[in-house]
Ligand binder design. Structure first.
Ligand SMILES: [Cu+2]
Length: 537
């Protein structure tokens, strides 16, 4: 999608119509996955710089912020390799900071240099959950710190797999607010016997259509029940624009700049930015607000916000959600269409006390984030509970896709991995939606659909109650009115998925600068297996 098209479409309209219009104008390439950087194997080294820049927000704001970028002399390896990463490396400050991808047992070194304005003073990084050794720098309250233009080195062993946060350990009320936070993803060892049953890397999927593998690892944890097919990382944080504006005023103040020029410890060379009362007006997922979060990863429009939030999946896929609460508020994020089964928190897999080996994490309606805490959870969608056949099968149809069988396994799902309707809930197979159908399925269903013009919400969601490129035909049937607009508007061609809003249930947080819609909102796209999900951007 071209961002301008999206934004024009978005702000021309209002309320839910606006949301669906934005969905309609999204394009093929803006998928997600969990991109980041590697510092090598075994003893990875990451060279980061804390530095200032401006974040783009969809209301047109350009918000002065601080974040981490890669040191200019250092070019890391970008992961996963299937995602097109910037050829320039990552020298620019970004929010969130570069996602550091390591493997369990790695001895990780992070060299931090302080490129913040001198008046900002020292800075540091905390790696909660790890035992950190620091060398160089100066002693701070919570961690060894890098003085202005100085450096500090942290070393720790990546002792547990899972999603971990990192963030400033210096004046956190200001520095984390300004954007100094990021993620450490610790992958389980690839030779771990517990994940031997997972589909090996490079072999996803063995399903209907060949698709690239965008996973970082076969499993989230060293556990056979932590396998996954697809993954997304979402970091939640809010910003109070007044704090950022005050920080900008003060670092630009000529008197202060003059004082700082003679040394960081010169009287008058420090910031006095109040961080209370706290009135955040930007609510971000991965540093972006809706609708910007649905643009592509590494989109040039966001040089300092490279990561998006735009989940896609096929029915039946196990989708790993890596969730981090950054900032200082809780954010009750609701993943529509199913609950999220939590695997672990802060890199601790939650196991049953009574049944050894069983997972015991809760199924959450909202994955409410807590500042500093991380969650790993599994989300999936099968259509079970819809009470109609979402593929529109009809044994009498001449359409070969419409005559596919549903062969229930012991749990009632069609688990033939090469089938288009993999993980269809067979109890709903050939079960009509409409009491008085105009379409492909015989009569007798639970409801009568309203006028197609009422149901139709654009290109991603075709207005039809069926999945797949033929959904429009199936909902109307040969020679009958079908759901308009039809496939001709599909973008990309033949994507005929269902859109589910994923959003904060603190509704204040789905605004940008007090205007709805915006903030912490994205769209989940459920795509039929005919549609190849390409997250390579
Ligand atoms: Cu909701």
């Amino acid at each position: 999608m071209k961002p301008m098209n999206l934004k024009n479409a978005f702000f021309r309209t209002t309320l839910l119509v606006a949301v669906m219009a934005a969905v309609a104008s999204l394009a093929a390439t803006a998928h997600a996955a969990a991109p980041g950087i590697s510092g090598g194997t075994g003893t990875p080294v990451f060279n980061l710089t804390a530095q200032p820049a401006y974040l783009n927000q969809p209301d047109g704001s350009s918000v002065y912020s601080w974040g981490y970028g890669c040191q200019r002399t250092w070019s890391p390896t970008f992961l996963p390799a299937t995602i097109a990463s910037p050829s320039s490396g990552c020298p620019l400050m970004q929010v969130p900071g570069p996602t550091m991808i390591v493997t369990e047992g790695d001895v990780v070194t992070v060299n931090l240099s302080n490129g913040l304005p001198t008046a900002a003073g020292n800075t540091s990084i905390l790696f909660p959950g790890f035992t950190v050794q620091a060398t160089g720098g100066v002693q701070g309250l919570l961690a060894q710190e890098a003085a202005p233009a100085g450096t500090v080195t942290y070393t720790f062993t990546a002792s547990s797999p899972g999603t971990h946060s990192y963030y400033s350990g210096t004046q956190g009320d200001l520095q984390i607010e300004m954007g100094l936070y990021g993620a450490v993803l610790v992958l389980p060892k690839s030779n771990d016997h517990n994940i031997g049953s997972c589909t090996p890397l490079g072999q996803i999927p063995a399903h209907y259509a060949p698709e690239a593998d965008f996973r970082l690892a076969p499993a989230a944890y060293n556990h056979a029940k932590a396998c996954y097919d697809r993954e997304y990382l979402f970091q939640f944080a809010e910003m109070d624009g007044n704090i950022h504006n005050k920080a900008l005023q003060q670092v630009s103040d000529p008197v202060r700049v003059a004082a700082c020029a003679t040394g960081a410890s010169t009287p008058g060379c420090s910031l006095e930015v109040p961080t209370e009362p706290y009135h955040p007006n930007f609510f971000m997922i991965n540093g972006r607000s809706m609708p910007d979060d649905m643009d592509a990863n590494y989109e040039v429009e966001y040089p300092h916000q490279p990561y998006n939030g735009n989940p896609h999946l096929h029915p039946g896929e196990q989708v790993l959600l890596r969730i981090i609460g950054q900032g200082r508020w809780q954010h009750p994020f609701h993943e529509h269409a199913n609950h999220v089964r939590i695997l672990g928190r802060d890199g601790n897999l939650i196991l049953s006390q009574s049944n050894a080996g069983d997972l015991a994490g809760p199924a959450l309606f909202t994955t409410t984030t807590t500042p500093g805490q991380t969650m790993d959870g599994i989300f999936y969608f099968t259509g079970r509970g819809l009470n109609w056949d979402m593929y529109g099968h009809n044994p009498k149809s001449s359409d070969t896709l419409a005559t596919l069988p549903c062969d229930p396994d012991l749990n009632g799902y069609n688990t033939h991995t090469t089938a288009l309707n993999y993980y269809e809930w067979c109890a709903d197979h050939n079960k009509p939606l409409e009491a008085n159908p105009l379409g492909d399925i015989a009569g007798g269903g639970p409801i009568t659909l309203p006028n197609p013009n009422i149901l139709t919400n654009g290109a991603w969601y075709g207005g039809t109650p069926y999945l797949g490129p033929d959904a429009t035909t199936r909902s109307g049937g040969p020679g009958l009115d079908n759901m308009q607009p039809s496939n001709a508007q599909a973008n990309p061609a033949n994507e005929r998925g269902w859109a589910y809003m994923w959003h904060s249930h603190n509704e204040r947080e789905i605004t940008t600068n007090n205007v709805f819609p915006g903030g912490m909102m994205m769209m989940l796209l459920v795509d039929s297996r005919e549609f190849v999900i390409d997250e390579s951007n």
